[in-house]
Design a protein around this ligand. Sequence first.
Ligand code: DC
Length: 224
Amino acid sequence: MRKPVIAVDGYSSTGKSSISKIIAQKLGLVHMDTGALYRGITYFALTSCRLPDGNINLPALFEQLPQLKLGFRKINEELILFLDGKDITNEIRTKEVSENVSLIASQPQVRDFLLQTQRAIANDGGVILDGRDIGTVVLPDADYKFFLTASIEERTKRRFLELKNLGIEMPEEEVRENLISRDKTDSEREVAPLKQAEDAILIDNSQLTKKETIELLLSYIKEI
Ligand code: DC
């Protein structure tokens, strides 16, 4: 029997990735955190494509995209992001990457470049991809589509704790501002903006624990 293709989109810090990861384990699917790809390109741009004034040199980045060795490797049933042979899991979570990733993700050249990587993995089914445009652009024919949202207060709390656990100290107000500004840029960009697909199931998990959200998603997957 063919395993399903599942798309999970939604706002920053709604738990998309951690929830998708657990659903993948439960259902025996491969999980791809597509935000990590945009973060990986942002990390590359920040380390290798800077203008003398410190800003990112976008034309230089676009020129280097075809040679970029960025991709996932399957390690212990998990997809781990590598750049030029180096595991960059931690490097892509820094404040600097978070502050610049929406700019990079709004570039059509970057989105086109990453489209194939994302679609290729879904060819044989048995995948769950989380991101912002999976149900609308990357996998419009996905078997199941979910769109996650939660209040800004709840998301700020979650992101603050997540960063703290990673050893990154950031004032809550700054965390909140970063979430608001990223959601705004992601929703307002011209190419593949963050938006709910017409046929996606909306899940507001402001009042739900991670476990309850997972159970809710699984209940739909079983029902259909
Ligand atoms: O899920 P995340 O916070 O790690 O994503 C980082 C950024 O990447 C987010 O601000 C928007 C962008 N992104 C996107 O534009 N499309 C996707 N499919 C996934 C992420």
